[in-house]
Design a protein around this ligand. Structure first.
Ligand code: GLN
Ligand code: ZN
Length: 765
């Protein structure tokens, strides 16, 4: 019998160490396997996770953190809040209805998806209006509790808390402006009560409510909703230990006060990795007799915990909350980290010793709890200390020249010497473009054949010469096509890249890559972020060969194509031993070298993609200005050294820019292309309100995310709407993002119509 320590895991990745769930889901969706097959894979994953935590000695093991798609959609199912268009007729919600909401079906599109706080996980947004008839329609939480119990594991069932559920919802169509989501609280609480009662009856002694919205900027009305909700649940919860789990940021003093005042609650889960101030709140006031679930092991990253440092934090906390009341936990669900280091066959032992994925973090949590109980595993702690020391002193981590150069950037400003309108004039003299110039965002369709060539080159199955020949042929094809379509500023099509961050990471020093370090992004989709472990530098040019090869094939301007520092940073696992901005400045310097080498090679237009600048915005408004300042500064560093005649483009994904428009202007690019195809109005309204924008701008004129081919009239119509707001001489015409995922059969006619629309309007202006 394993002795259980005061240890807890907030949640665990569902996908499996080798993405078993992904493959089972996709095979089921393709009708290649049955519902039973899928259920079997899921049950096996759940049981192995529970067993793993139990074997590690974890006392508080979560259940209902598994999901076939998304935990918020699970809550929507539990509450029977299915939007009417899915034609659900009551009863227990099955795969049909569930996956229709998640992914759409032949006749109805999917529900909206959005980012889960500042992670790269996306959840299905509940749509709620005054007419929803809530009913207890998915018994998943209770079923999973019972399933674990039958396996001999008494778990803490986890539910999304009622207030967070409502605050993460959106009002249904038709009531967007008028409806108060929180007014639904009295309607959903009865369902929560049914679930709680069933869990109690099944033998649960603990329950966990995830209320992460408590870390957001909340007004007193919203805070009040938490108080009201738990007041109402108090009698149903009696007899249970109740854990309220918060994560991803500090709590404000008011939120903390609300939290510790909640009735019926016996334990508080706090993120102590991102919440350094939360620690002070706890130290200054912690309610007697309550449990603190101290989230000291980072759920958002892949670094091994500094056990000695965590242990001393825990010791301090023990003095405040009492020995019996302190539980060691993760900072948030481990959903946001990679699954198991055991499957990393390509990382060397030194780097591996610095890392901990979800499976290793479970062991760390328990080791800390054991140490608190006076049974410190000295060997484990000293191995950890040795790894921490090796990471600090390894020459692979530190590059003094890079550190010096990056430090010198702090506090200074970097801008091109001339203002944007003078630069645009100088560029126009050189480039001689028509009005409404046409271009694309960079990538062209990636065929199976192309992927095969890259794969075989990587596996040393074809020679470098053959690889170069194949890629050159592909570039030639793309260049010829663009000339044929009569596009004005060409791209090489990015055939040599599988991913816009990985491609650069692989050529920069300081990056490592995993083989199985997948993290769920949405549904069955996972991403495999690079790991930035050391000072970043660029040993040699990365794109110059391909860009100049492409330029040699055409007399038209060829855009050089780079990924910007902020996007590389935001889409990687970032080192935790220096501030993010320092890492970002280092990447910026590496990209700056590349920009200048492209310019020297005769590339006159260079696009530096910052697809992910917007998504790096911190959760709390008070931190926005600081982030935007160093992010925008990093971008400017990359191109502050080019001549006036070199035209710098940037591209951004996602349509919600209005709140950061001044930062976008401050990037001081010559041309920005932005994804906007689903909401022209929103973007244009900023300019209508009089924001002055002197640089070139290309709001995407059609949606590349859909296979639909837009007509010339439709595109012309959209350009006309933009012309009503933006000046003719700054408007560019382009799709809204790269064409990598589309087929040539869609891309050719769509671009053809796009160019035709631009030409048509040129004759009318
Ligand atoms: N240049 C990249 C491409 O076209 C940009 C992709 C993106 O914005 N996500 O693929
Ligand atoms: Zn994009």
């Amino acid at each position: 019998m394993i002795q259980k320590m005061a240890s807890h895991i907030v949640g665990y990745p569902r996908m499996g160490p080798k993405r078993e769930l992904k493959f089972a889901l996709e095979s089921f969706w393709d009708k290649k396997s049955s519902a039973e097959d899928l259920q079997k894979v899921a049950a096996d994953l759940r049981s192995s996770i529970w067993k793993q935590m139990s074997d590690a000695g974890i006392k508080y093991i979560p259940s209902n953190t598994f999901s076939y798609y998304d935990q918020v959609l699970d809550a929507t199912s539990m509450l029977g809040a299915v939007p009417p268009r899915y034609g659900w007729n009551g009863g227990e919600i099955g795969f049909d209805t569930y996956f229709s909401m998640a992914r759409g079906n032949a006749s109805v599109p999917a529900m909206e998806m959005t980012k889960w706080f500042d992670t790269n996980y996306h959840f299905i947004v509940p749509e709620l209006g005054p007419d929803v008839n809530f009913s207890y329609a998915s018994h998943k939480a209770v079923d999973e509790y019972k399933e674990a119990k039958a396996l001999g594991v008494n778990t803490i069932p986890v539910l999304i808390g009622p207030v967070s559920y409502l605050l993460l919802s959106k009002p249904a169509k038709g009531v967007e402006k008028t409806f108060s989501l929180l007014s639904l609280l009295p309607k959903i609480l009865p369902i929560y009560k049914e679930v709680i009662s069933e869990l109690k009856a099944a033998g649960a002694s603990w329950i966990q409510f995830d209320e992460p919205t408590l870390v957001l900027d909340l007004d007193s009305h919203k805070l009040q909703a938490f108080t009201a909700a738990y007041d109402d649940l108090e009698s149903t919860l009696s007899g249970l230990n109740v854990l309220i789990e918060t994560y991803f940021a500090d709590l404000t003093a008011e939120a903390y006060k609300t939290l510790i005042g909640l009735k019926g609650v016996t334990a508080y889960g706090l993120d102590l990795v991102r919440g350094a101030q939360t620690l002070d709140l706890v130290k200054s006031n912690f309610p007697k007799g309550k449990y603190l679930f101290a989230g000291v092991v980072d759920g958002r990253n892949i670094w091994a915990n500094d056990l000695a440092a965590s242990f001393s934090t825990l010791k301090e906390l023990e003095a405040v909350v009492g020995k019996e009341n302190l539980v060691v936990s993760t900072s948030c669900s481990l959903l946001h980290t990679a699954v198991d280091l055991v499957n990393e066959t390509k990382l060397d032992d030194e780097i591996k010793s610095w890392l901990a994925f979800a499976a290793q973090k479970v062991v760390e949590v328990n080791a800390l709890a054991k140490a608190l109980a006076g049974q410190k595993d000295e060997a484990f702690f000293s191995a950890n200390a040795a790894a921490q020391a090796s990471r600090k002193s390894s020459p692979r981590v530190t590059n003094e020249a890079v550190q010096k150069a990056a430090a010198a950037l702090k506090g200074s400003d970097h801008r091109r010497a001339t203002n944007v309108s003078a630069r645009l004039d100088a560029q126009q003299k050189k480039l001689n473009l028509p009005i409404l110039p046409t271009t694309t965002i960079g990538s062209f369709p990636q065929t199976l054949e192309l992927r095969r060539v890259r794969r075989e080159f990587k596996a040393n199955k074809i020679s470098e010469d053959d690889y170069i020949k194949a890629i050159k042929e592909e570039i030639k094809k793309v260049v010829d096509l663009q000339e044929e379509l009569d596009i004005d500023v060409l791209v090489h099509g990015e055939p040599e890249r599988n991913d816009m961050v990985e491609y650069f990471g692989e050529q920069l020093s300081g990056f490592a890559f995993t083989v199985n370090g997948w993290v769920q992004s949405y549904g069955s989709r996972c991403v495999k972020p690079p790991i930035i472990y050391g000072d970043v530098s660029r040993p040699k040019p990365m794109t110059v060969f391909w860009s100049s090869t492409a330029q040699s094939m055409t007399a038209r301007p060829m855009k050089g194509m780079l990924t910007g520092p902020v996007t590389i940073l935001n889409w990687s696992f970032v080192r935790n031993d220096q501030p993010r901005f320092e890492t970002c400045y280092q990447i910026a310097l590496a990209i700056k070298d590349e920009v200048e080498d492209l310019e020297k090679a005769g590339i006159n237009v260079i696009q530096i993609d910052e697809a992910a600048l917007r998504e790096g915005l911190p959760l709390r408004k008070s931190e926005h200005a600081f982030y935007l300042k160093w992010a925008v500064h990093s971008f400017r560093i990359t191109n502050c050294g080019v001549q006036d005649t070199t035209q710098i483009h940037t591209h951004m994904c996602y349509s919600n820019f209005n709140d950061i428009i001044h930062s976008i202007i401050d990037m001081d690019a010559d041309v920005i292309t932005i994804e906007n195809s689903r909401s022209d109005e929103k973007l244009l309204s900023v300019f209508r309100e009089g924001v002055k924008y002197g640089a070139g701008i290309g709001p995407g004129v059609y949606d590349i995310h859909s296979p639909r081919i837009p007509s010339t009239e439709e595109i012309a119509d959209r350009i006309n709407k933009m012309l009503a707001v933006l000046e003719t001489n700054i408007l560019w015409v382009n799709p809204d993002c790269g064409l990598k995922t589309r087929k040539y059969a869609e891309v050719k006619p769509a671009l053809n119509n796009m160019v035709a629309a631009a030409k048509l309007l040129r004759t009318q202006l």
